[in-house]
Design a binder for this molecule. Structure first.
Ligand code: AGP
Length: 609
């Protein structure tokens, strides 16, 4: 859960490392550090955010054309200067930055201490530097890295430099993200693509248990035995502007506003002549689609909420029994999976440790798997049999927004595909579904026009300490998502519940200090029930904010505030209804002066268990 960037080339390393690292700060921000090769290796690091470290140390004196940088989210060892990365061996000649967890570090440390290695931190990472030092007694630099890694259990994305071999940067990965950037003026490594977009659009994906030796103009990849591996250079069409704030105060706000475009991109090329076309992305034949008996969807956090919406769609329209599981729970029980089950893993980053592990568990059980993911070449896309990309572009804000709605769009397209193949819907219904989603980008833009009303609610209620989000059917997961958004960026306590469950407990919490957000787009089955629930809240003095469908004349009579969303199919209403909740969370957090893009204690991808 840290950020790594590395460079070797003809340019000045430090400014590029700094820029790259700043864009990775969402991954961890309790300390930062740099190591630059120049007649030895200079290391500078301290606790705090990168800008704090810049204020404490004159980093501009770091001169040299190869180096590493790291921002930390502490796992092993508290937040101290000595625990900040980079870490070095006894001689300060071998320097590493690491993201991941070395599970057997205490055994390795003990062994190394018996051989008189002196440790200066409490981290698991430092053992790697000393282990490489140990192996370098009998072998060259890259071989020593490979040998050291053979002894290591756990996850790592690693950058290593060595003062005795200043023309090389060695990188390695296992279950933690790391990409190689091939620039015109040097080679890079980084934890994610946006960190390098300023310098290159050409990337090489490193696979698990592979090492790369980078020179100023060369890349060589091998496995841990040293056997050379072929690799492909992929071009990514994300631009640098995509990964910048573009005039918005925060990435979260920019990403909320990007949703119409993100959905358009996600639909692009996938709807043709009344059909959903996934080419070979999902890697399932029509016969295999017909044979699916069950679907299991796994994910964490917001992606898990998307999975719940997917369950509603698959069961309601494609008539496939669907279960949703937290990836972290799935991987540690013995799930019963029938032969014809399709497992779908959803993840924005594609690197969430629990989701990757759960997907691998499912694969061991021999069933077909698909990843729905936003990041090309990420771990889940490589582990799954098929991968469908959400075309949200880089999502930098820790709170997931556009990734969520594009996940819903992909799940909706899969629903159409499955429903058509299984003939659970007729041509007219399929056409209505396709027409419905085509309108979503424009409708999202009109929801964004409600921002002033939402800001007004934020102004009135940002000092409250608790809130409740209630929804039913396809919008129950939206209640959960709205509450999660508020919690993570504003630190205000919020709970999401199925609206009818309120009477079974949460109603006891309601008083004049409790805002209750009803997600109540029109639905013939439950609309009157939701109206009843609103009355119940009002009768107890609660403050009602409702998300309703344009033209609904009942809800505004009862709710204190009504935010309207355009009329759409019920299954699509969740994609529109979530936007006011994202904005509400954003504006409340902004009024409270929170660090919205990097909320406390959180990191964008949870690559540790
Ligand atoms: C969302 O706002 C959260 N930051 C978090 O719940 C996130 O959705 C979760 O960690 C899963 O991440 P993933 O989609 O990258 O796997």
């Amino acid at each position: 859960m840290c950020g790594i960037v590395g460079y070797i080339g003809n340019g000045e390393a430090y400014p590029m490392l700094l820029k790259g690292l700043k864009s990775l700060e969402y991954r961890g921000y309790d300390s930062a550090g740099f190591a630059i090769v120049n007649k030895g290796i200079a290391i500078e690091k301290d606790i705090g955010r990168i800008e704090d470290v810049e204020k404490k140390i004159d980093l501009s004196m770091l001169k040299g054309s190869a180096g590493l940088a790291h921002c930390r989210w502490a796992t092993h060892g508290s937040v101290t200067k000595s625990n900040a990365h980079p870490h070095a061996d006894c001689s300060n000649k071998i320097v590493v930055v690491h993201n991941g967890i070395i599970e057997n570090y205490s055994q390795l440390k003990e062994k190394l201490m018996q051989k008189n290695h002196a440790f200066s931190s409490e981290t698991d990472t430092e053992v790697i530097a000393h282990l490489i030092e140990e192996y370098m007694k009998n072998s060259g630099f890259e071989e020593a890295v490979r040998n050291a890694l053979k002894e290591v259990n756990g996850s790592y994305a690693l950058g290593v430099i060595c003062a005795d071999e200043p023309d090389k940067l060695v990188a390695a990965r296992n279950e933690s993200p790391l990409i190689i950037g091939k620039g015109s003026n040097g080679m890079f490594i980084a934890s994610d693509i946006p960190a390098l977009l300023e310098y290159t659009n050409s990337f090489v994906y490193l696979h698990d248990r592979e090492t790369a030796v980078l020179g100023k103009g060369s890349i060589a990849i091998s496995d841990l035995e040293g056997a050379k591996k072929n690799f492909k250079v992929s071009r990514i069409n994300w631009s640098r502007e995509d990964a910048e704030k573009g005039g918005y105060k925060h990435f979260m706000l920019k990403e909320i506003y990007e949703q119409p475009r993100a959905i358009t991109e996600t639909l692009n090329g996938r709807l043709k002549n009344g059909n959903v076309i996934f080419e070979e992305e999902i890697n399932l034949s029509d016969k295999e689609i017909l044979e699916i008996e069950d679907v299991k969807i796994i994910g964490c956090g917001t992606s898990w909420h998307a999975a719940l919406v997917g369950k509603f769609m698959f069961e309601e329209l494609a008539k496939i029994t669907t279960e949703v599981e937290y990836a972290s729970e799935f991987r540690y029980r013995n799930p019963i999976i029938k032969k014809n089950t399709l497992v779908i893993a959803i993840s924005q980053s594609g690197e969430t440790a629990d989701t990757v592990a759960a997907l691998k568990e499912a694969k061991k059980l021999g069933v077909k798997t698909i990843a729905i993911c936003n990041v090309r070449g990420s771990s889940i896309t490589r582990a799954a049999d098929g991968a469908v990309y959400t075309m949200a572009g880089p999502e930098i804000g820790v709170a997931s927004t556009k990734a969520f709605t594009t996940q819903l769009a992909v799940l909706y397209l899969l629903t159409i595909l499955f429903s058509k193949a299984r003939k659970t819907l007729n041509d007219r219904q399929i056409k209505d579904m396709i027409d419905g989603i085509r309108k979503i980008p424009l409708q999202m833009a009109s929801v964004l026009n409600e921002d002033m009303e939402i800001m007004n609610c934020a102004e009135l209620y940002h000092k409250k300490t608790n809130s409740l989000y209630l929804g039913r059917g396809v919008n129950f997961p939206i209640a959960l998502e709205g509450a999660l958004k508020l919690k993570e960026v504003s630190y205000m306590h919020a709970e999401g519940y199925p609206a009818a469950e309120m009477k079974h407990g949460p109603i006891a919490l309601i008083d004049e200090n409790m805002p209750v957000v009803f997600i109540a787009p029109h639905d013939i089955y439950t609309h009157s029930k939701i109206l009843g629930n609103i009355e119940e809240v009002k009768a107890r003095g609660g403050i009602v904010i409702a998300i309703a469908t344009e033209g609904d004349s009942e809800i505004p009579k009862k709710a204190g505030h009504t935010i309207f969303i355009p009329k759409t199919l019920y299954t699509l209403s969740s994609m529109l209804a979530v936007i006011p909740l994202q904005l509400l969370a954003y504006h409340i957090a902004d009024k409270l002066g929170r660090d919205i893009d990097k909320p406390r204690n959180l990191a964008k991808s949870v690559v540790v268990e």
